[in-house]
Design a protein around this ligand. Structure first.
Ligand code: SF4
Length: 226
């Protein structure tokens, strides 16, 4: 495939990464509120730590209502393995309380009935929910077309020239979504994360063994200097 335009290049990146890493396993689907809370817990920490924090939160409280009514210190204690517990605990409680007050129950299941942009607008209106967290809920739980741009996706996309150097996270979501067909969002997201973790590290990317080297401006410049 030729990569004459940025969308062509994005498609080629997907094709090459798929050939290199194979189809990545989808994340287990869970209720949208669970996905939202798990994603908040994952901010600035590893999947392992946030998974532990989420399991501990579910174990400590019998329901989301109980989390909303609990002392904030008790919630922070339950999620301490995920880091930033004093910030995340009140944020989680605020969201659950807001849903109970507004909808009568702590649930986001009703988002299933909305168009993707309406669901995104609602999610990003909640406290502490930015474009990446919203996109995770849309894609992983609601299976709507949205592209979460985390630190790996952002870095790899910039190095490949799919995003300009000064594009912030918010714009990155819109721009990357515009480059690919919707049915590739999930696969592209997972493959870019795999690539960021495996070869295209933040420090010292392993460009010489990269299947994208010949189409990567950053990698070509870096290997020319060696
Ligand atoms: S060539 Fe290097 S910088 Fe470019 S995508 Fe591959 S590992 Fe990343």
């Amino acid at each position: 495939m030729q990569a004459d335009s940025t969308p062509d290049r994005a498609l080629l990146v997907h094709e090459r990464l798929l050939a290199h890493y194979g189809r990545r396993p989808l994340k287990p689907q869970q209720a949208p509120l669970d996905e939202l809370i798990q994603t908040i817990l994952s901010q600035n920490t590893s999947d392992l730590n946030s998974g532990r924090a989420f399991a501990s939160l579910r174990e400590a409280f019998p329901s989301w209502e109980a989390v909303a009514e609990a002392d904030v210190e008790a919630v922070a204690h339950a999620i301490r393995s995920g880091g930033l517990a004093r910030i995340k605990a009140p944020r989680i409680q605020q969201i659950i309380r807001h849903l109970i007050q507004e909808r009568g129950e702590p649930s986001l299941d009703w988002l299933h009935g909305l168009a993707v942009e309406e669901a995104r607008a609602y999610l990003t209106s909640l406290p502490g929910v930015g474009p990446k967290t919203a996109a995770c809920v849309l894609l992983f739980s609601l299976h709507m077309p949205a592209m979460p741009v985390d630190t790996h996706v952002h870095r790899v996309a910039q190095r490949l020239g799919l995003l300009g150097p000064r594009i912030n996270a918010e714009r990155a979501h819109t721009l990357l979504e515009g480059l690919l067909p919707q049915d590739l969002y999930y696969s592209f997201h997972l493959l870019m994360i795999e690539h960021g973790r495996t070869l295209c590290h933040a420090q010292r990317p392993r460009c010489s063994g990269c299947p994208l080297l010949d189409i990567c401006p950053h990698g070509l410049a870096a290997t020319r200097e060696q």
